[in-house]
Design a protein. Structure first.
Length: 293
């Protein structure tokens, strides 16, 4: 099994044909106007309408217009179908409309229509507590494994270290991790879920395969689980120091973070981001139908 980057045609086909089939399976808190923002990353920077503004390879769009006091006034998306249309054609359906800072219309450019290399939603939310997510990345697991394997020179740069440990040559070749590192990330993800359920009495948890690791959610909304920033720092310390789980602590603690939208396409590896139920999840099953052999 090898991985590769999705082509423009595959990205277009996925969001046109497959992604809409998954909309009803999204977690209930991911709605048209629940997350405070949706975000899209592009493979190639795309111009905006204003001439002296740099081209954009990543954009965030608010789900609500707000007044000066920060209160909601008008939703930017009337239904999740509008969100889907924005994902499918970000420039044509930019919520900024005719603003100078909206994406430029491809119809008046020689540049092609931008397509989403990645799709995200904001963990900060209008209707519920800030979503608690723990991120476990296969790249960090591989880096630590390489460090443990290669101990001759502590000053080696990351690529040299990965080459010396044989990780860049292992499948998937050329990526900064091996499939065994993704499998280990999945195992860690279920360990975190167990900690949430056993140590924190969490009743609603989800493990999501992110394409290059996992995201673990604690979704209980009762007062006991409305973790503020200080509580999240304590949680980070617990997972990192007590349980030795290689999480990204910034993701847990920073409410400005975005996360990959479940059922979006991780175009770097042609994989569907999706909730999973087992430590034995086979990443090959996440390949979309539109991707050819």
């Amino acid at each position: 099994m090898t991985w590769r980057q999705a082509t423009r045609e595959e990205i277009y086909s996925y969001y046109a044909e497959e992604f809409p089939q998954y909309v009803d399976d999204l977690p209930e808190f991911i709605t048209a106007d629940g997350p405070k923002q949706y975000a899209v990353a592009f493979r190639d920077p795309h111009p905006v309408r204003k001439d002296d503004v740099p081209d954009k390879d990543f954009i965030r769009r608010d789900t609500w217009q707000t007044n000066r006091s920060g209160k909601r006034t008008t939703p930017e998306f009337s239904s999740f179908e509008d969100v889907v249309e924005f994902i499918q054609h970000p420039a044509r359906n930019d919520p900024l409309g005719q603003s100078n800072f909206a994406l430029a219309d491809p119809a008046v450019l020689e540049k092609s229509n931008p397509l989403p290399e990645a799709v995200y939603y904001a963990l900060d939310h209008w209707e519920r507590p800030w979503v608690l997510l723990v991120d476990i990345d296969a790249k960090e697991i591989a880096r630590q494994r390489a460090t443990d394997t290669v101990s001759e020179d502590g000053d080696q740069d990351n690529e040299t270290l990965l080459v010396a440990a044989g990780i860049l040559d292992a499948e998937p070749a050329g990526y900064p991790y091996a499939f065994k590192d993704i499998d280990r990330a999945i195992e860690y993800g279920f360990e975190v879920r167990d900690i949430f359920e056993e140590d924190f009495n969490a009743e609603e948890t989800v493990v999501v395969y992110s394409g290059q690791g996992v995201h673990v959610y604690l979704l209980d909304t009762d007062l006991a689980h409305r973790y503020d920033e200080q509580s999240r720092e304590v949680l980070n310390d617990l997972l990192l120091e007590t349980y030795d789980i290689p999480i990204d602590p910034v993701v847990t603690a920073d409410r400005r973070r975005v996360a990959r939208l479940p059922f979006s396409l991780h175009a770097d590896v042609c994989s569907i981001v999706q909730p999973i139920e087992s430590r034995g999840f086979d990443v090959r099953s996440a390949t979309p139908e539109v991707v050819g052999e």
